[in-house]
Design a protein around this ligand. Structure first.
Ligand code: CO
Length: 149
């Protein structure tokens, strides 16, 4: 009964399914200058912007066609993005994958041997529920899993 098998497998895969890349996170020195660059060069459209004190960032979410970028400017040197900039300079900061259930995905990632920065989901930027996976587990790329809370 191939039909039944497919439905059964779909139901197992449903919780941990990665829907796609939700956004790329970019660390920048100057949010307004970076926004201007992405608008001028790539026709980006501003989706949201916010200053989030407890995450130490001024952030903007941009749509470029079907895709999305998250620009992150640190509020100070002693913040996660500030330390990243000091060490690596401006550029790619993280890749965020959209999933249907962050908590279930974290359990799957832990079972698969990934080193989790966040053991449980927490509120992220722009109303997302998020958790981060250590770059050492993903070939040097800080990885985020997100869902719409
Ligand atoms: Co992000």
């Amino acid at each position: 009964m191939p039909g039944l098998t497919r439905v059964y497998l779909d139901s197992i895969a449903a919780e941990m399914e990665v829907r796609g890349i939700h956004h790329l996170g970019i660390a920048v020195d100057d949010l307004d200058a970076a926004l201007d660059t992405y608008v001028r060069l790539f026709g980006a459209e501003l989706e949201h912007r916010a200053t989030v004190q407890d995450q130490g960032v001024r952030a903007a979410s941009l749509r470029i066609g079907e895709g999305r970028l998250e620009l992150l400017e640190p509020l100070g040197d002693d913040t996660p993005v500030g330390r990243f900039l000091a060490k690596r300079g401006p550029g790619m900061h993280h890749v965020a994958y959209e999933v249907s259930d962050v908590r279930a995905t974290l359990a799957e990632l832990a079972d698969a041997g990934a080193d989790l920065i966040d053991e449980r989901p927490h509120p992220g930027l722009f109303g997302l529920e998020v958790a981060f996976v250590h770059p050492d587990s993903v070939h040097g790329v800080l990885s985020e899993v997100v869902s719409h809370a």
